[in-house]
Ligand binder design. Structure first.
Ligand SMILES: [Zn+2]
Length: 503
């Protein structure tokens, strides 16, 4: 019998519809674009692909690499030309291959373009039309995917990260590959989905404690018992502005009735915990500053500026917290970060030791925040921007935030980078700023920073700031979202879409 031929591709971008700066093909190229065999090579890029390839290689299959486009970070919607580039190249590969038995796609699932509210649905739809109904398509997603009817109608297998923060990239690829092989080998797998129009700000929950940990343990126990084969409870990335928008429970099982029962149960839990998922009330920046002024513990207070988190697709260029801190520049040792290329260039031109006035912030998008002027800032460090992450999540990996300048105004350290980076402890400590010695540290991230900061912090304060990843969702200018949708309107059990099978 001929070997089963499987095509592997990746298209990964998390879009933030409130960030007006389009993500271009050049942005993707800066992180590496690969074709053919290069797509399959295991290395640090895209651990999901590594899991996918490892699981598929356990069978004697004819594995083919297609196209790999990976955005270096979240950001504004993609230029639709990026999608066209990917889909045209992928269809060319499919035509050239002739026979294909299975396709494994590593996608994000919260991807929009300037022409489409559902780029991943479009990708699956076009590929499905090309290959016909018999080819098995397995797609892996981020936990923050917005699983649409177009995705469900075209993918046979859907697997998302079960962890948030996402520590299970490799495992998710492995699950998606294993289920693809099971289906190719004749197992009669059914994928079902139930949904409810609920979104939640990404800082407010994790799957490592609270209600979502209970859900994970319950569902994984069913997998362990063999009642179902796989589950994902997707929390749609909240900064999409799209018509079809919901939290979704996807379950894969051989018994369709059981799959539906479990998906219904998971989505009912989601409905019941909807207010918990919104998180606690936020502090104002002023309240956090007061906490830092009164804090005598010797450990820093962490001001979480998740609204401007580059990892959530925001610009990272807001100087909002800096402006609030300036009146306390002689009282509080603090650290803030702003992505600001013009200020970095100015600092490099002046050199270390120079003292100057700077206009900081709002250089990527001037519609969300405004520039803030600092007087007599001293340039205390200039760097190429490469540093090694402390982890624990990505310990040892090199992060590159481009040319970076450190300014000091009074006791405030201002970290100016060319692009946003992971809010790892090393983001500051590699540039001469020790978070442990600060009274207050501003962190532009949602949840990823916690593993590093929780052990050193006196208190972590989710704070009301401004940015395109704003955490007060009801303040954001949604135009397309469904009505009703929680937390904008109350929803009832009548708004829950019971489990159904699309393929
Ligand atoms: Zn995510």
């Amino acid at each position: 019998m001929d070997k089963k031929r499987i095509l592997v591709c990746r298209f990964h971008h998390e879009s933030n519809d409130f960030n007006p700066v389009l993500t271009t093909l050049d942005d993707f190229y800066s992180a590496g674009v690969y074709f053919g065999e290069e797509v399959l090579k295991g290395d640090s890029r895209g651990a999901t692909i590594n899991g996918l390839v490892d699981s598929l290689m356990r069978d004697d299959v004819d594995l083919k690499g297609g196209v790999y486009l990976n955005s270096p970070s979240s950001g504004g919607p993609i230029d639709n030309a990026v999608y066209e580039f990917f889909i045209n190249k992928t269809i060319d590969v499919i035509k050239n291959l002739g026979q294909i038995d299975g396709i494994a796609l590593s996608l994000h699932g919260a991807t929009t373009s300037n022409k489409s509210q559902d780029v991943c649905g479009d990708i699956l739809d076009v590929i499905r039309r090309e290959v016909g109904d018999k080819v098995i398509i397995s797609a892996s997603f981020d936990l923050h995917a917005n699983i649409t009817s177009k995705i469900l109608s075209n993918a046979d297998i859907i697997c998302g990260y079960q962890d948030y923060p996402h520590l299970d990239l490799y495992q998710t690829g492995f699950r998606a590959g294993s289920l693809l092989m099971d289906k190719l080998n004749g197992k009669n797998l059914k994928t079902v989905c139930a949904s409810v129009p609920i979104i939640a700000p990404a800082h407010a929950y994790t799957t490592f404690n609270g209600e979502l940990l209970k859900v994970k343990e319950y569902a994984l126990d069913l997998v362990k018992q063999g009642k179902i084969l796989d589950y994902t409870l997707f929390q749609a990335q909240p900064w999409l502005d799209v018509k079809e928008f919901a939290a979704t429970a996807v379950v894969v099982a051989e018994d369709e009735t059981v799959a539906k029962q479990v998906a219904d149960h998971l989505i009912n839990i989601e409905f019941n915990i909807r207010s918990f998922l919104q998180g606690d009330a936020l502090y104002s920046v002023d309240e956090v500053i007061t906490k830092a002024l009164n804090n005598k513990s010797g450990k820093p207070i962490i001001l979480v500026d998740s609204a401007d988190s580059p990892n959530a697709g925001a610009c990272g260029d807001s100087a909002f917290t800096l402006e609030k801190l300036l009146p306390f520049k002689d009282k509080l040792t603090s650290a803030v970060a702003i992505t600001d290329v013009p200020a970095v260039e100015k600092a490099f031109n002046l050199g270390v030791g120079a003292i100057s006035d700077f206009s900081l912030g709002a250089t990527i998008c001037n519609k969300i925040s405004h520039p803030v002027t600092v007087h007599d800032a001293k340039i205390i460090g200039l760097y190429d921007g490469k540093f090694i992450l402390h982890g624990p999540q990505e310990r040892g990996q090199v992060e590159d935030i481009g040319k970076t300048a450190i300014l000091k105004v009074g006791k405030i350290f201002i970290h100016l980078a060319s692009y946003g980076g992971k809010a790892d402890l090393a983001f500051y400590s590699s540039f001469g700023i020790d978070p442990l010695n600060c009274d207050l540290v501003c962190v532009k991230a949602c949840t990823s920073f916690r593993a590093g900061y929780e052990p050193i912090a006196q208190e972590i304060c989710n704070t009301s700031t401004i940015g395109s990843a704003g955490v007060v969702l009801t303040d954001l200018p949604y135009k397309n979202r469904p009505v009703p949708m929680y937390p904008f309107e109350e929803v009832s059990l009548l708004d829950v879409k019971k489990a159904r099978r699309f393929r």
